[in-house]
Design a protein around this ligand. Structure first.
Ligand SMILES: Cc1cc2nc3c(=O)[nH]c(=O)nc-3n(C[C@H](O)[C@H](O)[C@H](O)COP(=O)(O)OP(=O)(O)OC[C@H]3O[C@@H](n4cnc5c(N)ncnc54)[C@H](O)[C@@H]3O)c2cc1C
Length: 475
């Protein structure tokens, strides 16, 4: 991903703000830059913008939103920041976490009110997994594809110029790191160049780049990657070449909830609400209700590298309202066992151990005994089976969380702490708020940072380029 010298270069056309990558971060950045009065060009390598955003569940963590207030949730950016700092054991940049957490509520309100994206707090999520308040927001169908459609509509309405099938391959910059333009390739082999006043990098992380995974997260080098294939780390590499600092490159979100062999995501609410995860021996091996990001590693470490999710009719009925669970049912990822014997047959687990595991869990849910793995079963409605529902599941790396170091305006910082003059980054391209590993990922942080950092980047890039235009006009 070489940076090419801009010296002596002229561009046929120049756009004040160029954004590379049309996922949640890129589209939000483009919207904010348009709102700030800048002309914006959004370049996307795929024929249809999807990104990891479309693969996601579309959940966005945000605090202090109008939707939360209407639902009676008393929350604030500072409370959200405290939760992030606690979950990451203080190993994230606390000041930045506070800036982004405090900007998250406004981001969701702005997307809802100004850009008519119908986001509302999902009260089913509740205060769990590090969130001390209900603060997960989603569109009505609670899917990433719906979120992408809404963002695309909003970009069109706002007058964002979007070019798809535009794979950015080169960035042109001056010696001092000022970016002057980019070159992108088209599927027919042709290419185009465009100049820019500011560049916003939103190409996501490096989950699809095996070499980078091997370098930065070597113990996940052979893990399944279940994110967008376009996330090859382009933006991070350009930033690094320009002298940007990176941080938390070892961080990622892992999940142990990928149905095998269908490779569809299983909604984790089936576990949080009382279901269990067992290995092929029919034994639980961890508190599966906490640290769901860390489950990716733990599931992969089990014998034969897969596990079984088990839940009952009540959980099955509840989760059917989620599109992804309907899809899991359609592809046959979820199987029903009318008896515990049938459950043992389907899974080839030893019946005796399985019966003991289930009986122990139900006893703990009824208030008898303590879980050796530390799960607090006391407040859960006891599992009532048979029938049982069961899913074979594997662990995977979903998206990386480290990236370019940015400031509170999403402007990329050099290793010496000074800002690169006109370079911004957001979403998977920028360092997230998850700390250095997989255990610090607070649910829905991916889209929280994508949208919030995206908005901040768009606002700042528009401010920079409109100020430059005004001073050029005054001369
Ligand atoms: C299965 C799954 C479920 C998830 N669920 C959630 C969830 O519910 N909530 C949550 O907060 N997070 C979730 N995440 C994480 C979340 O999806 C990401 O953190 C978020 O989508 C990142 O947004 P982004 O805009 O940075 O990247 P993306 O949405 O991946 O967009 C990046 C775009 O850049 C394009 N691109 C890359 N390189 C170039 C180039 N050189 N030139 C032009 N274009 C380029 C790509 O094609 C892509 O369209 C999930 C992730 C996965 C994989």
């Amino acid at each position: 991903m070489p940076i090419k010298p801009a010296a002596g270069k002229t561009f046929e056309y120049t756009v004040p703000v160029v954004v590379v990558g049309a996922g949640a971060a890129g589209m939000t950045a483009a919207l904010a830059a348009r709102d700030g009065g800048a002309e914006v060009l959004l370049l996307e390598r795929d024929h249809t913008p999807r990104g990891s955003t479309a693969m996601s569940q579309g959940n966005i963590a945000a605090a202090g939103t109008k939707s939360q207030k209407a639902a009676g949730v008393d929350d604030s950016g500072d409370r959200f920041a405290d939760d992030i700092i606690k979950l990451t054991r203080g190993e994230t940049d606390a000041e930045l976490a506070r800036v982004f957490a405090n900007a998250s509520g406004r981001t969701v309100d702005w997307l809802t009110e100004t850009h008519h994206i119908p986001l509302a707090v999902d009260m089913d999520w509740g205060a769990k997994l590090g969130h001390s308040r209900s603060r997960i927001h989603a569109t009505p169908r609670k899917t990433g594809t719906e979120l992408v459609s809404c963002l695309l509509n909003a970009c069109e309405t706002a007058g964002v110029d979007l070019i798809t099938d535009a794979h950015v391959v080169d960035v042109f910059a001056d010696g001092d790191g000022t970016v002057r333009g980019v070159r992108f390739e088209r599927p027919d082999g042709s290419d185009e160049e465009v100049g820019c006043g500011a560049l916003i990098l939103t190409t996501c992380g490096f989950g699809a780049n095996r070499e980078m995974i091997r370098e930065f997260i070597p113990d996940m080098a052979d893990a399944i990657y279940h994110g967008h294939e376009g996330n090859e780390g382009d933006g991070i590499q350009w930033g690094m070449e320009l002298g940007a600092a990176t941080a938390d490159m070892t961080a990622f979100q892992g999940l142990g909830a990928l149905a095998e062999p269908a490779r569809v995501l299983i909604h984790y609410i089936v576990i949080l609400d009382g279901g269990i995860v067992v290995n092929i021996n029919g034994e639980r091996f961890t508190d599966e209700s906490t640290d769901i990001s860390g489950m990716g590693r733990k599931v992969t470490a089990q014998p034969e590298h897969y596990v079984w999710f088990i839940f009952d009719q009540k959980r099955q009925d509840f989760v059917m309202k989620y599109e992804e669970h309907k899809e899991a049912m359609e592809v046959g990822a979820v199987r029903k066992a009318e008896t515990t014997e049938e459950l043992a047959q389907i899974t080839k687990m030893p019946l005796e151990t399985l019966e003991k595991t289930l009986a122990d869990v139900v006893a703990m849910q009824n208030g008898t005994g303590k879980d050796k793995h530390g799960r607090d079963f006391a407040n859960e409605t006891p599992l009532q089976g048979p029938p049982w529902y069961v899913v074979k599941s594997v662990g995977a790396l979903f998206h990386t969380q480290g990236g370019l170091v940015i400031d509170g305006n999403a402007q990329v910082q050099r290793i010496d702490g000074t800002p690169l003059p006109n370079l911004f980054a957001a979403g998977g391209t920028a360092r997230s708020t998850s700390g250095p590993s997989d255990w610090g990922y607070i649910p829905a942080a991916g889209l929280f940072t994508a949208t919030t950092q995206g908005r901040l980047a768009g606002v700042a890039a528009a401010r920079l380029t409109t100020a430059a235009e005004q001073s050029a006009a005054a001369e």
